[in-house]
Each structure stands twice: as C-alpha cells, then as structure tokens.
Design a protein around this ligand. Sequence first.
Ligand code: UGA
Length: 419
Amino acid sequence: MNIAIIGTGYVGLPTGIGFASLGHNVTCIDKDELKINQLKNKKVTLYEDGLEDLFNRVDIEFTTSIPIGVKNADLIIIAVGTPQDENTGKANLTYIYNVAKELSECKFDKYTVIATKSTVPVGTGDKIEEIINNKNCDIISLPEFLREGKALYDFFNPDRIICGSSSEMAKGLIADLYPTFDVLFTDRRSAELIKYASNAFLATKIHYINEMANLCEAVGANINMVAKGMGLDKRIGDKFLKAGIGYGGSCFPKDTLAITHLAKDYNIDLTIIQATILGNLYRKVDIAKKIMKYITPVSKVAILGLAFKNDTDDCRQSPAIDITKILVNEGYNIHVFDYKALKNAEKILGKSVTYHDNIKSITKDADICIILTEWEQFKFLDWKTIKEDMKNPLLLDYRNLLSKEYMESLGFIYKGVGI
Ligand code: UGA
C-alpha cells in the first residue's frame, strides 16, 4: 500500500517506520525542513526504543511538500500535533485544519482514504471532510494508542485498532492494512471519543491511586500492597496503578482538559475528570512541599529523572520538571540527571540547575537523592557505593521503584509514596 504520513513526531515517525518495515511504500511529510533533512540523512529526530535500528533497515521517502508526498497515496495519515491552547485549554486544531486545507488543494486521481490519527475533538472529522470536500476521498478516524517509549512495541502489538468510518471502501482498506487483526469499526464520532475517553480514564486511574497513596500514608498502609491487591481483580486490572508524582506528558494533561471543554460545549459536566485534572495539579505541589521538609538552602539536592516517564527524552508537561521548577523558584541548590532527557530539560530549566550526565557526580556529596522518573535503570544502580558517596543518605523514591527494606538495610533513610 502507498502510505503518506503527515507529521513526523512521536506518532508519525514510529508509525511510518513501522509500516515501511512491513513492506508498505511510505512517504513521511513534515513542514520542518531541518527535521526532514536530518531524516533524509538517516538521523532519527527523537528517542524511541529500537527506532534508530529499525529506521536503518527500511526505505522511506521524506518531503516537506504535502502535494508531492500524497501523490499516489492509497492512505494518508494525519499525525500532526493538537497542542493545548494556552488561553482556552481546548485542543488547538490549527495544524489539522492547515493540513486539511492543503489536502483540499491536492488532486487525487484515485480513491484515497484520509485518516486522522491525531487526537481531535469529536466532530473534527466532519470539519475536515467539509474542508477537503473531494468525492475521491473518504475521511476516517484512526485514533492512535501508542505510548511514548513503547511506540514500536505498541505498533507491532496493538491492544486494539479502532476505525471510525461509514464507508465500506475505507473499512476494506483498513482491514487490508491490518490483515491479521480484528479491527473495531465504529462511526467516526465514536472513534474520536474512544481516544479521549480512554486517556481520561487512565489519567483518572493514576489520580485515584495517588489519592489512595495519600490515604495509605495517613493510616499506615502500603500502597504497593493495596494496588497489588486491587489489581488481582480482573475488573480493575493491575495496570496504571503505580502511585507516583502525578501524570504528565503531551497527552493526558492536554486530553483530560480537552474532553472537559468538549463536554462543556454540550452543557455536560465531567466531574470525575475535572477532579482528576485539579488533583493532578495539586499532586506536584504536594510532592514539592514534601521534599522541602527535608532540605535547606545549603543542601545539594540530587534529582534523578526529568522526563515525564521512563524510556523517553520527552519533557513536555513532565511532573518531574514542574516539581524541579518549584524547588528552583524557592532558591534551592538543584542538581539533575536523566538518561535521555537532559537536552530537552535544559530548554526548559536553562541555567537554573546543575546538569549531570552520570550518577557518580550527581550523588557525590549530595544531601538528598530524589527519584522523579520511573527509569528502570535506577533499580540496578550501585546503591551501596552511592550511599557511601552521599553526604547524607536520604533517599526519596517518589516512583516507588526500590525496595524500602533493602535500601534501609544499606543504611539509607528511605521514603516512598504511600508507604
Ligand atoms: C498515553 C496513553 O497511554 C497512550 O495509549 C496514548 O496513545 C498516548 O497517551 C497518546 O494519547 O498519544 P503516554 O503519554 O506516552 O501514552 O504515556 P503513559 O505511559 O500513558 O504515561 C502517562 C503518564 O502517567 C506518565 O507521566 C507516567 O509516569 C504516568 N503514570 C503512568 C503513572 O504515574 N502511573 C502509572 O501507573 C502509569
């Protein structure tokens, strides 16, 4: 199949490379000339597990031009950003509509399916259809469920493929694209809502477990045990029950806000999601306040992890960054480390913190060590030596990665969340 993908971000690029590896003819399109030039030179422009390796084994065309890129396409996938509008909190659809306008000016000599993968409010497909207004095209919703850091894994092992369309021809094309998969076909509006409803539900699950962690601390229970016990019930499930510092990233914060705004447009209050949004904001302030109880202006504060989660270099709406910013604003001496996100973090934190690219230098003479991102690697550090190197063996593991008993046996004063 000839596939054109518009947008080469965390969704578009792994999707393009994934489809190319399955033998499809893929063209990736992006307005960013610098990015396209890098990609043409086989340089990956973002960190994703296994992406560079697979990229080196596939052939993909790259262009900055939509008309050139979509020529001969059977399927066009729109994967541009729908960032949060700073003023309204709604999803900003400028990039989507600009793409739709450019597509409306393209000539399609054959039947083409245009699929929106970007997360868009319900009804956006209708507007794209109005703008493109071409009898040779069907506009469908093909929401994306890839997780950053696990994008390729999720691409090859999807839990679900949802396709929103009423066109039999479009449905046939998507069935051909996923020959071994039982695609769930819905109407377009339902497909658009499935994406928001899923992300908001997962965000709520995280907020719920974080509140339970607070309760555990108050009543002397252990959130790890509580989550494990809850998760054994298949109706609840054991996923997304890890207590921490609040959810972040480019999806949950934006999508929870966008769905509440969407509902408001129809005079519906999504009270649970509103509580989640507010609770998640407080979570970061609460965690910063907890940290401040343990430090003084002369403490060397070592923060391990800045990315919004593990296995990514992405710092967008990272709770780790938000907490760091609060501490910086209070004038503390903050040192930071991350496996992949230092470059992106520096764009936000500038010169307000000291950056370390290794564990040895950040933990040397530190008064406190705080884990803010759930990098698995932290589990395997030489904590015995770290303890000897630190000035004061205080460890705040706010992702509950390590064993309290083991860390205490090494001589650490250990605090997690909800334990
Ligand atoms: C999320 C969804 O999981 C994907 O299915 C979806 O495709 C994507 O948004 C999107 O809309 O594009 P992602 O933002 O990459 O994926 O990250 P998640 O793995 O969902 O984690 C989100 C945040 O929740 C992170 O800050 C993470 O640390 C936090 N989290 C996650 C917890 O605090 N506890 C958990 O148990 C799970």
